[in-house]
Every structure is written in C-alpha cells, then in structure tokens.
Design a protein around this ligand. Structure first.
Ligand SMILES: [Zn+2]
Length: 393
C-alpha cells in the first residue's frame, strides 16, 4: 500500500504541471514523477515474499525497527520491537518517556534520505529557518499526543521523530514515507515552504499515527478516513499550540502553503469543504461536505486512490461540526473521541459508516449518553453518514 502520502494531492500537482509554464510546471511534474516512482518501489517491495530489510538511510540514522516496517502492513497487535531504538552513535536510547526525540536533517536539495544531520533533540536553533520550523512542528505534534492523549510518540513507545528538509530542488510537497517526514521548499510561485504550517507537519505525522494504530488502507473510503484523520490531528496540533478554541480556529489545512497571488486560502477547509481555492492554475477545490456529493473516482493514481484527498471533506466536516457544537477546545472531548476511535480495533478497509459507528461506541464508553453523543450523532447526520457496524460473516 502506498506510503508516500503527500499533503498536496496528485490532481493538484497535475493541474500545476499542465497549466503553468517553465520552472513551475517542471517542479510540479518532477514532484509527481518522484512520488509515482516511490509508490512503485514500495509496491515491488511489498510484492516480494520475504523482502530484505530496505536501507533507505545512508547514515543508519533510521532505527532498525522502522526499516523493518517498510512495505509491511501494520497491525494493532503486530510484533513490537523488543529493544529501544539506537542513536546514530550506536548508544542505547535513554530518552525519558516525557520528552520527544527529534532528529532533523538537511537533504541539501538532493533525494538521499535522511541527509546531513542539522539539529537533534535539545540543541539550540540553527541558522536555517526550515530546520527550526520542522523541529518545532515535530515537537508540537508530539506534545499534543503526549500531553492530551498520554501517548509517547507515534507508536506509543517513544519512536524518534525523523525529518528531512530541503528535499530535492523546489519540491512541491511534504510527505510521510512510512518512517520519516520529508519537506520540500516549494516552487516559490504556487507553493511556498512546506515547513511553515504546523498543521501540515501534524497532518503528515498523523499518517504515522494511523500506521501504528487503525492501519486504515489508503484507498477509497478507508483512504479518505486515513486522510481525514491526518487533517483532524493536523488542525488539533495547530489549535493546541496556539491555544485556540474551536470557534477561534480557522479549520484550514495549509493556510501558509500558497504563495501570494494564488486565489485560495489553503489546501482544504474543514469548515467549508470545496471553498479552499479556485485558481486558474489549480482549478477549484473539489471537496464535498456531504455524502450526496461523494465522488466515486478510479482506485488508482489518476483517481487519487478513489478520491482520498477529495472525499475526506465529508468526515472532516463531521469532525468540524462535532467540535464546534461542543465548543471549547476541540482537542478535549471531540479530539478524545477521535483518538479513542483510531486506537480501537476496526477493519483496515472501514468505510465511513463503520468508522462513524466506532466513534459512537467510543463516545458512549467515555462520556456516556448525553451531550457528547447527541452532538456526534447530529454531526454524522449532517454530512449524510449513518453509523453502521461492519456486517458479520
Ligand atoms: Zn495526507
């Protein structure tokens, strides 16, 4: 299954590649090409009966237990690595459970990952702003998970957070590749730097969270839920960091991603899906906010894996309605129900109705019958999703 989950969907990059000219079109085309080849490589690995452990990291900075997970399906009850990860120097980690363990690298406009070590946990800020933004964004995401939900990193076991900035030249995306974060600098005309939005960093790390929890596949409704969960924890990271209430927040994903001159406010809007941008070079935001506008797209690259970045607008809007109906801080009750949901067992190919049913069970278990459950049911109803447990058989 694809693990190159970029914040910018392929149809948007394709639009830039087709409708822009010169360097800008070339950067978008290169981004698309590299992502397709990364996906193809992973599919080849996944198809092998006993794949050898891939070695993506030249310096061995990526912990071995992470490498072994490349191309393998993850499960809730999957085997856990017996030992703590090792640092680059080969010393056993002594990381306290109460601190993140960040490793930010500079890919130096190349494609070798992770690249040159630029800033590690506890080191002071460096001259490169992208390095510091990535370092801070990784920390913000770790703090939301730890301080609010009591989870130590993506795997719940202190997984080091590895990132590389300045990937390729003018690369038009940020992505989670199954083991680390990767950030491009953007082409500078349509897309600005990808380290500048904390919700983008939170979104990408949440793909790692999904990998270690629900394991939802990246296809059709399950894929749209995978995308939506990343948007939810992305905005929660931004809101928690800023101390905003649900009513103060903008509910936008990637509000700082577009360069001046682009007709749009962000990549996506959870408050009003389908209204984030409308630009001659990008087209119009295609996200629906209701099941009646669900887009049944081809289950391949050209169809965005069945519209995973498109139909995510529906569960996104349900979460927005839920959080704003409850009021206060979205990460508290609304976020808690979503966190409880993804850490429960559910089919990896869960559809919206199945996922909604798990949210209802999770909400009842934690808050009982009452306001929270009522608000949740009303929110799913408002987007046309009827919670239904999976059929037995
Ligand atoms: Zn994503």
């Amino acid at each position: 299954m694809s693990r190159c989950q970029g914040i910018v969907p392929p149809y948007l990059l394709d639009s830039v590649a087709q409708r822009c000219e010169g360097e800008v079109a070339a950067r978008a085309a290169l981004t698309l090409r590299l992502e397709q080849s990364m996906r193809a490589q992973r599919q080849v690995r996944a198809a092998r009966p006993s794949p050898p452990s891939p070695r993506p990291a030249a310096e061995g900075i990526v912990p071995p237990h992470l490498r072994s997970r490349l191309g393998e399906p993850t499960t809730l009850r999957g085997p856990r690595p017996p030992a703590r990860p090792q640092s680059a120097e080969g010393q056993a980690e002594k990381t306290s459970p109460a601190t993140p363990h960040r490793l930010v690298h500079d890919a130096q406009q190349g494609s070798t990952l992770p690249g040159r070590r630029a800033r590690t946990e506890g080191e002071p800020p460096v001259a490169d702003e992208s390095v510091n933004e990535a370092y801070d964004g990784l920390g913000d995401t770790w703090r939301l998970l730890h301080e609010v939900y009591g989870r130590d990193s993506l795997d719940g076991e202190g997984l080091p957070l590895v990132a590389s900035v300045h990937y390729e030249r003018g690369y038009d995306n940020a992505f989670w590749n199954g083991e680390q974060m990767v950030f491009g600098d953007g082409d500078g005309v349509i897309f600005a730097s990808f380290t500048d939005s904390v919700d983008v960093i939170g979104h990408e790390l949440a793909h790692g969270l999904t990998q270690y929890t629900s394991g939802l596949i990246y296809l059709a409704q399950a894929g749209a839920l995978n995308e939506s969960i990343s948007d939810v924890f992305g905005v929660l990271t931004a809101q928690y960091t800023a101390g905003q209430t649900a009513h103060e927040a903008d509910w936008l994903i990637g509000a700082k991603l577009f360069c001046p001159g682009v007709k749009g406010v962000a990549l996506r809007s959870m408050k009003a899906p389908g209204t984030a941008y409308d630009d001659p070079r990008l087209g119009k935001d295609p996200q629906p906010a209701h099941m009646r506008d669900y887009q049944d797209l081809p289950h391949d690259d050209t169809g965005d894996n069945g519209g995973v970045h498109v139909n995510s607008g529906i569960p996104n809007h349900a979460f927005y309605r839920f959080a704003t109906a409850l009021g206060g801080h979205a990460w508290e009750r609304a976020g808690q129900v979503w966190y409880d949901t993804i850490t429960r067992r559910m089919p990896k190919d869960a559809d919206f109705a199945t996922f909604a049913a798990v949210t209802v069970t999770a909400a009842r278990d934690r808050y009982g019958d009452g306001d929270v459950l009522d608000a949740l049911r009303a929110s799913w109803d408002a987007v046309g999703v009827r919670p239904a447990p999976p059929a037995r058989g």
